[in-house]
Design a protein around this ligand. Sequence first.
Ligand code: PMP
Length: 289
Amino acid sequence: MQIYIDGDFYPESEAKVSVFDHGLLYGDGVFEGIRFYKGRVFRLEEHISRLYKSASAIHLKIPLERKTLTAALLETIRRNELRDGYIRLVVTRGKGNLGLSPEHCPKPTVIIIAAKITLYPEESYQKGLKVVTCATRRIAHGALSPMVKSLNYLNNIMAKIEATHAGAGEGLMLNEQGLVSECTGDNIFIVSEGIIRTPPISSGALAGVTRAVAIQIADELGIEVSESEMTRYDIYTAEECFLTGTAAEIIPAVELDRRPIGDGKPGPVTRRLMERFHELTESEGTTIF
Ligand code: PMP
């Protein structure tokens, strides 16, 4: 495996950053997870845009122009001779001292890792995921904008542990008001009375790239999409539920807190969206080779 760090490539055993990097010391940085399919990177522009926005929101200047960063990302995939996989793009505040202040971190660290991806098992796509509500809340707007895809994932990790301990595939996260926000690493949608609904970003969800693709597909198929505040009641009583994320793609959710959603099986709207999603991943994207 060849890993990009600040302009050079290193084998995995030599790909290291300083213990004084504020990404490690404080979770001070931003990241993206990006997929490529059959030699093409899916929604690359959208991911790069979100990365630059996340960085600018935390007052972090990415030391590369967009074009240069994109070229480095494509070169990382080429060097690893992969046609299908996942990219982790990380920009940290860089090496500083033990103090909090970023003023002692002159140069952000840029890391690009290209890897194969392990999805949920195929069975989860066929039968659907079980989801439980987690006690850990999604980060509040007043603490740090949930729009920022930062290296601070601790509350999502706490929620993921809760979900795993409960034997569920994903954990539902609510915001401080108790409204549905998203899952630990995926956005959430329901189908109810013929309409697709998803919580608005203002409920504390990350503006998922796959979320936007699901909305685009629904528009194409002529299905109305409503971004409206939602409580768990809406999910308990929905006909269908599905989750979206770069790693998960579109995956059915068939149970929340032990209550079956609809008839407890992946529904027709979810299946139609999954099918169209796969068509898109195989027919568009930025060419790598
Ligand atoms: N919410 C959270 C908290 C995430 O970390 C992610 C990405 N894994 C998503 C939603 C889905 O976003 P995307 O579709 O851009 O991967």
